[in-house]
Design a protein around this ligand. Structure first.
Ligand code: HEC
Ligand code: HEC
Ligand code: HEC
Length: 408
């Protein structure tokens, strides 16, 4: 294979700006802007491009990755610090091919790896919406990446190995697949990543640990052996709309996704997503079996902790209380392979997202101060092994590791 091209230093070619095929006037079309508003919410652009307490879409924060912190730029139409001087062609190039306006490759912390499957029409609507926002002058902070990851040109190698641009005109016929794979970019979290941060193509939606954040996004198949086995379409819709469903509740990064994005989706789009997840092919491998090593003692102690601290809300039978306390039996977040989610929710407590349809979700107290590492490992191993759950035990060392992980 001719691999010479990515070794060439970048940046010597004159910056060629594609002539825009879109007139400024057409960007002011209110119908287009309205569609773009909805699509930007669906794609959760503001979820990353907004600093804590800052103006939506004005950037100004850094995103943690295993390679360092990547600065998130301003998407408002300010000419100096935002997209004010960008043409639609520049924008399309960024979203579809991950190349910035200065022709440098962008870090895949920006999920263009999913957005590349977005249609040009939808990208245009989002661009029209972003250009309609009030301009905010706010330069992005600098990135804090370790050498050699601070060398943008190395991304050429990464791209050669892991990135294929999506079709120029994806068939938006399968709305559910399109929302999940392209716009909703669900696989950016719900897929395993290799050590270079790339998702494995054939393993999309099979679940994975989110790098640098220490949460596990479970397998999204609702078929036998899938992470959502036993979920009905209705449960998936409820979770995405209200942050809570008969089978589980959203917390951690998924609570952010529901709060900032999926709660605003139309019923038709939520149904399309649910239908797509329910139709994912059955998984060949069952989840990791219940490991019998020294876990029995942990589990016996776990039962005591559970009775005393947890059963009031989650029930002796682990079934919870419908609409109030999530069941722990058959819950993908309890049984996901790593055990991280259950450990962290016990340490940090859980706050389901407040959504338009659920103003006052119930929350779970943190046990950071009251339970030590052995207690937490025991109770988590217990809930992972009871009521038909068959997930492996976690060790006190695992708990110690996540006890000191900063919350992001
Ligand atoms: C998961 C976080 C995340 C999400 C979601 C996200 N972005 Fe970004 N985006 C980034 C990061 C990080 C960068 C900076 C990448 C770099 O510096 O190479 C970026 C860069 C960009 C750029 C290049 C801007 C510039 O000044 O070079 C554009 C345009 C952009 N994003 C648009 C969008 C749009 C539109 C959406 C929604 C459809 C979106 N982003 C969603 C994280 C995100
Ligand atoms: C920013 C990362 C991220 C993105 C993007 C994301 N998820 Fe999640 N998701 C998670 C994490 C982490 C969990 C585990 C915590 C939990 O259960 O809420 C999760 C859990 C879930 C669950 C199971 C909830 C439960 O209680 O077991 C469903 C269903 C789900 N996600 C659907 C989706 C869909 C559909 C999309 C795309 C529209 C999506 N997610 C996008 C991180 C993400
Ligand atoms: C006061 C009631 C209450 C108590 C006591 C309680 N929880 Fe929870 N628990 C909740 C609520 C409410 C949620 C949903 C929180 C969210 O979505 O952020 C939850 C969520 C969870 C989850 C994640 C499941 C999911 O789908 O959201 C796990 C695991 C869990 N609790 C385990 C425990 C364990 C183990 C204990 C005892 C050490 C415990 N809980 C004690 C109320 C409680």
């Amino acid at each position: 294979m001719g691999a010479w091209w990515w070794l060439r230093p970048l940046g010597h070619a004159p910056v060629a700006r594609a002539a825009s095929t879109v007139s400024a006037a057409s960007l002011h079309d209110p119908a287009l802007i309205a569609r773009g508003t909805y699509l930007a919410l669906t794609a959760d652009c503001a979820g990353c491009h907004t600093a804590k307490g800052g103006t939506a879409y004005a950037g100004g924060r850094r995103l943690p990755t295993p390679f360092g912190n990547v600065a998130v730029p301003n998407l408002t139409p300010d000419a100096a610090t935002g997209l004010g001087a960008w043409s639609f062609e520049d924008f399309w190039q960024a979203l579809h091919t991950g190349i910035g306006r200065d022709r440098q490759p962008l870090y895949p912390a920006f999920p263009y790896t999913s957005y590349t499957r977005m249609t040009r029409d939808d990208a245009l609507a989002i661009f029209a919406y972003l250009q309609s926002l009030p301009a905010v002058r706010q330069a992005a902070p600098s990135s804090e990446l370790a050498f050699p990851y601070d060398q943008r040109r190395l991304l050429r190698l990464w791209r050669a190995l892991y990135f294929r641009p999506g079709p120029a005109a994806p068939v938006a016929g399968d709305r559910g697949a399109y929302l999940v794979d392209a716009i909703g970019h669900c696989a950016e979290c719900h897929a395993p990543r290799n050590r270079f941060g790339a998702t494995r193509h054939r393993a999309l939606l099979t679940g994975g640990e989110i790098p640098a954040q220490h949460w596990f996004a479970p397998d999204l198949a609702a078929s036998p052996h899938g992470g959502l086995a036993g979920w009905r379409e209705r449960d998936i819709v409820d979770l995405l709309k209200m942050g809570q469903a008969a089978r589980g509740a959203a917390f951690g990064p998924m609570a952010d996704v529901v709060r900032g994005s999926t709660q605003y989706l139309t019923a038709a789009d939520l149904n399309a997503i649910a239908a797509h997840l329910v139709a994912l092919p059955p998984r060949q491998v069952p989840g990791p079996g219940w490991q019998l090593f020294d876990a029995r003692r942990l589990v016996a102690h776990g039962e005591e902790v559970y009775r005393k601290r947890c059963a009031d809300c989650h029930g002796d039978d682990g079934r919870g209380v419908a609409g109030v306390y999530p069941p722990l039996a058959g819950n993908a977040s309890v049984t996901e392979p790593s055990g991280i989610n259950a450990i962290r929710i016990v340490l940090l407590g859980g706050f389901a997202p407040t959504t338009v349809t659920n103003h006052r979700p119930y929350s779970m107290p943190p046990y950071q101060q009251t339970l030590d590492d052995v207690d937490v490992a025991s109770v988590v191993s217990y809930v992972r092994a009871m009521w038909g759950n068959r997930a492996g035990a976690v060790s006190p060392q695992d708990v110690a590791r996540y006890r000191h992980t900063p919350v992001e």
